[in-house]
Write a protein that binds this ligand. Structure first.
Ligand code: PLP
Length: 428
């Protein structure tokens, strides 16, 4: 049997850092990454045959669990028809109709291949629509790795200590204004000064790439107000929150309507898909309706559409999201109780089907500064003890956790038992 450690060594020969996305490398965790062979429901199975209760869910898409039979069967049904045609297909219309029905602020939607493409295209559109260059984002928010957005970013960029990547031209980065998250005073001061130059505000409505940070009351409403006052486009990056925080995403959960929405992860059911859409008035500027260019050889791929439609259809079952949020609640309150009993300073934060675990003595974490001030060593020890006991958490203190409808009460109990052990080790 080849072990994960051996496979990682082999991978490093021809893949930079042995991985195709940096956070998978377990950097800073003092152990090689686990190589997964297959997954089913709430579980991952590694190449050594070990089972893990999974709280990553392929970084979000697997909201009904891995290898969902209905999603797989939808893909199988399409498989023999061919993999890609580069022509319009009826299934793309079905997907567009479904997305627009579920998220009413989306009147027109364009499918792309990743969340990165969705946000990159949405900001190009906002710039083309307004004729302005500057964009406003928030510290620790991650919107994929396009140049304009890789400034003070979260996620892997943050985990690897390079929130602003080398290789982003200074001339481009200077158009990206980064403000503290959840801080309306800073936002208003910024817009008073340069509001008439700002094409758009882009925000993760629940920040999930610096752990899990829900919006403070009034924050999202403030973004909406400022955009209306200054003629800027409000973009919600719902790549993570879309269909997860609520069926209609964070915009439905918090009752604030953006002009444009970016989607990814769940919308593709586990296939490489993203989407951006919104007001017809703005979306009409996209090619071929309008002059703002955007395209994709494999965009709207039939297998990917089939997977996404099958998954979205399941999520429309009444009560799905309430039950999911209840599971998250049970997990998080159980973790907090066990940490407290062990004398470990830890809190959780949650929004619908996503959550975060912070090793801190503070009662809340609302921004990047507070998230990065948490105890990184405590996280590393917790992560490692959980992994040893068969619980797979996100391998970074700056990533949200995800639950699925496949997580049973027994899985949660297994996780809480493991946490009790982990906290006991940490408290020694
Ligand atoms: N936006 C958010 C909020 C994300 O969480 C991510 C990825 O994690 C992206 C954009 C980029 O998506 P992708 O990795 O599919 O390019």
């Amino acid at each position: 049997m080849t072990t994960s450690a051996e496979l990682f060594e082999q991978a490093c020969r021809h893949i930079p850092g042995g991985v195709n996305s940096p956070v998978r490398a377990f950097k800073g965790l003092h152990r090689p990454p686990v190589f997964i062979e297959r997954a089913q429901g709430a579980y991952l199975f590694d190449v050594e045959g070990k089972r893990y209760v999974d709280y990553v869910g392929s970084w979000g898409p697997m909201i009904t669990g891995h290898a969902d039979p209905e999603v797989l069967s939808a893909v199988r049904d399409k498989l023999d028809h061919g993999l890609s045609f580069g022509t319009p297909t009826a299934i793309e219309t079905r997907m567009a109709d479904l997305v627009c029905e579920i998220i009413p602020s989306i009147e027109l939607v364009r499918m792309v291949n990743s969340g990165t493409e969705a946000t990159m295209s949405a900001i190009r559109l906002a710039r083309g629509f307004t004729g302005r260059d500057k964009i406003v984002k928030f510290e620790g928010n991650y919107h994929g790795h396009s140049d304009s957005l890789l400034v003070k970013a979260g996620s892997g960029a943050l985990t690897h200590g390079e929130p602003s990547s080398p290789g982003v031209p200074a001339a481009l980065a200077e158009h990206t204004v980064t403000l503290p998250h959840n801080d309306l005073d800073a936002l208003e001061a910024c817009f008073e000064e340069i509001g008439d130059q700002v094409a758009c505000i882009i925000v993760e409505p629940v920040a999930g790439n610096m752990n899990c940070i829900p919006p403070l009351p009034g924050f999202l409403e403030g973004l909406r107000r400022v955009c209306d006052q200054h003629g800027s486009v409000l973009i919600f990056d719902e790549v993570m929150t879309g269909f997860r925080v609520a069926l209609g995403g964070a915009q439905a959960h918090y009752g604030v309507t953006p002009d444009l929405t970016c989607l990814g992860k769940i919308v593709g059911g586990g296939m490489p898909v993203g989407a951006f859409g919104g007001k017809r008035e703005i979306m009409s500027h996209i090619s071929p309706l309008g002059p703002v260019y955007q395209a994709g050889t494999l965009a709207g791929n039939p297998l990917a559409m089939a997977a996404g439609i099958a998954l979205l259809t399941k999520l429309r079952e009444p009560g799905f999201h309430d039950a999911l949020a209840q599971r998250v609640e049970t997990l998080c309150s159980g973790l907090e109780a066990r940490a407290e009993a062990a004398g470990v300073a830890m809190i959780t934060q949650r929004a619908g089907g996503m959550f975060g675990v912070f090793f801190t003595g503070q009662s809340r974490v609302d921004n990047f500064g507070q998230a990065t001030a948490c105890d990184a060593d405590a996280f590393r020890r917790f992560f490692s003890a959980m992994l040893d006991q068969g619980v797979y958490l996100a391998p970074s203190a700056f990533e949200a956790g995800f639950m699925s409808s496949a997580h049973t009460a027994e899985d949660i109990q297994t996780t809480l038992d493991a946490a009790e052990q982990a906290f006991a080790i940490m408290a020694r």
